[in-house]
Design a protein around this ligand. Structure first.
Ligand code: IMP
Length: 498
């Protein structure tokens, strides 16, 4: 007979609804703050907070440097995946830390390539502006889509169509965005190349990026005003990987594992405590109070909660382990709250796996999570590391689990003890730029918090009232009893059987 059998079924986020609280002036949308602790830090450091409660999962198809840079600008953080060679991951972290908001290290071209080749490169990379440099990296000119027409100039070389240095304004040794901005404002250009004193190309500054930067009030930055960088690590090669990541400037680590209640995770946490006590580290994933206590007792400063719910996850089917995410959050939150009472240490919880909509996020937060981690959501964005493909006239991006055969091909790290896969590979509908999608998600979260009468996530934890909802109520909450010809909707009647 098993040690314990819980007969109450575990529940998913989909089975809960929030009950409204009194909305006051204080909880109007404009007064709501989504700022939340990223990890416990005894330094009371301002930097270990994010300004939107959403982070991107440590997955090959989700969190590369582009995603990490854009998400940090928008107030969250992406965990750069560790299922890649150490040097490559460290390079991504270095790119995030050296990224100067508005200063772009561009893809360059040589003057002798043909316009046809340039066009192919432009399509592949998705950029239309290319600085032209010589063999020593010195700037020769700039070429944009306005400088050629491929049908007319395809056979010519870049040097024949580029704007040369005497035709453009160039900035020398500028590393201050407002200085670059004022030069750009006086020029007629949409882009300003910046060179060093020897005319070596350093950066491009785009007008549109300056506007974006001014529009980034939520940026998460360190004490030197660099974007925050987070990296995943595994429990195998951490003695080599972590020093390289620290050297590259990483601010925070997270152990990437589907089962964090393990001796291997303990060893990793203890190693970090001994050699890099200043670097905070997240443990997980766990779904029980015992798992939570084990990780925090060994030094985890935040804990990822969730097993078996990820959109690409087949752990439950393969191994029979898992728990509905709502129940996992409730049980682990209780353990977290009593740990806080006992020790005064508030350990943030990250709800991870299977979160799709804004409503799922706010319910996870209301149940006790401090922020959520998502994979599928981010895989659909322009900034994810994959290329778009068209399938049946729909624009898609590939998305696969870290336990899927495709991720394991690099090196069977994450699930190396096992011979079977724990994840699948598929496609998700392309959703456009992260900025637009996140904006929409955040406004829904804020609207929901406003209905609950709260203005912070801490207040949501204290004041939220939730109720389990019946299957029929879920059905009722969707569109019904209406025919929508352009929406490809079926006519569902709520009176089943009609
Ligand atoms: P999603 O947001 O529903 O797509 O879930 C993403 C989460 O699934 C990640 O943050 C991981 O915790 C988890 N995950 C990633 N890869 C795998 C896998 O191959 N099998 C099981 N879970 C995975």
């Amino acid at each position: 007979m098993a040690k314990i059998i819980y007969n109450e079924p575990s529940r998913t986020l989909l089975e809960y609804r929030l009950l409204p609280g009194l909305t006051t002036e204080n909880s109007l949308i404009d007064n709501i703050s989504l700022r939340t602790p990223l990890i416990y830090s005894d330094k009371k450091d301002h930097k270990y907070h994010i300004n939107v409660p959403i982070v991107a999962a440590a997955m090959q198809s989700v969190s590369g440097a582009d995603m990490a840079i854009e998400l940090a600008k928008l107030g969250g953080i992406a965990f750069v995946y560790c299922s890649q060679p150490i040097e490559q991951q460290a390079e991504m972290i270095a790119r995030i830390k050296t990224h100067k908001a508005g200063f772009v290290e561009p893809e360059t071209v040589h003057p002798q390539i043909t316009i046809q080749d340039l066009c192919a490169l432009s399509q592949q990379k998705g950029y239309t502006t290319f600085p032209v440099i010589d063999e020593s990296g010195r700037l020769l000119g700039i070429i944009t889509k306005n400088d050629y027409d491929v049908s007319r100039h395809g056979e010519l070389c870049v040097k024949d169509r580029m704007l040369t240095l005497d035709q453009i304004v160039v900035g020398t040794d500028i590393n201050n965005l407002s200085e670059a901005n004022s030069i750009l404002m006086e020029s007629h250009q949409s882009v300003l190349p910046i060179v060093d004193k020897g005319n070596k190309l350093l950066y491009l500054v785009f007008r549109k990026d300056i506007r974006n930067h001014l529009n980034n009030p939520y940026e998460v930055i360190d004490e030197r005003k660099r974007l925050m960088a987070a990296a995943a690590v595994n429990t195998y090669d951490y003695p080599e990987r972590i020093p390289a990541l620290v050297e590259a400037g990483v601010d925070i680590l997270a152990i990437d594992s589907s089962d964090g209640y393990s001796y291997f995770q303990q060893q990793t946490l203890l190693w970090v405590k001994e050699y890099y006590p200043e670097i905070p580290i997240i443990g997980g994933n766990i779904i029980t109070p015992a798992g939570f206590e084990f990780l925090v007792d060994n030094g985890a400063g935040a804990v990822k909660v969730g097993m078996g719910g990820g959109s690409i996850c087949i752990t439950q089917e393969q191994k029979g382990t898992g728990r509905g995410l709502a129940t996992a959050i409730i049980k682990v939150s209780e353990a977290r709250d009593s740990y806080f009472k006992k020790t005064g240490k508030y350990v943030p919880l990250i709800a991870d796996g299977g979160i799709v909509h804004a409503k799922d996020i706010v319910i996870a937060l209301a149940l006790g999570a401090d922020y959520v981690m998502m994979g599928r959501y981010f895989a659909r964005m322009e900034e994810s590391p994959t290329q778009k493909v068209t399938i049946n006239n729909r624009v898609m991006k590939p998305y696969w689990g870290e336990g899927a055969a495709r991720a394991r091909r690099w090196k069977a790290m994450r699930y190396s003890q096992v011979k079977f896969v724990e994840g699948v590979e598929g496609f998700v509908e392309y959703a456009g730029k992260l900025r637009d999608n996140l904006d929409d998600t955040i406004s829904k979260i804020k609207a929901s918090m406003s209905s609950c009468g709260v203005s912070t996530i801490r207040e949501l934890h204290k004041q939220a009232e939730l109720e389990v909802i019946s299957a029929l109520s879920i059905r009722e909450g969707k569109v019904h009893d209406i025919y929508m010809p352009d929406k490809d909707q079926h006519y569902y009647s709520l009176n089943w059987g009609e």
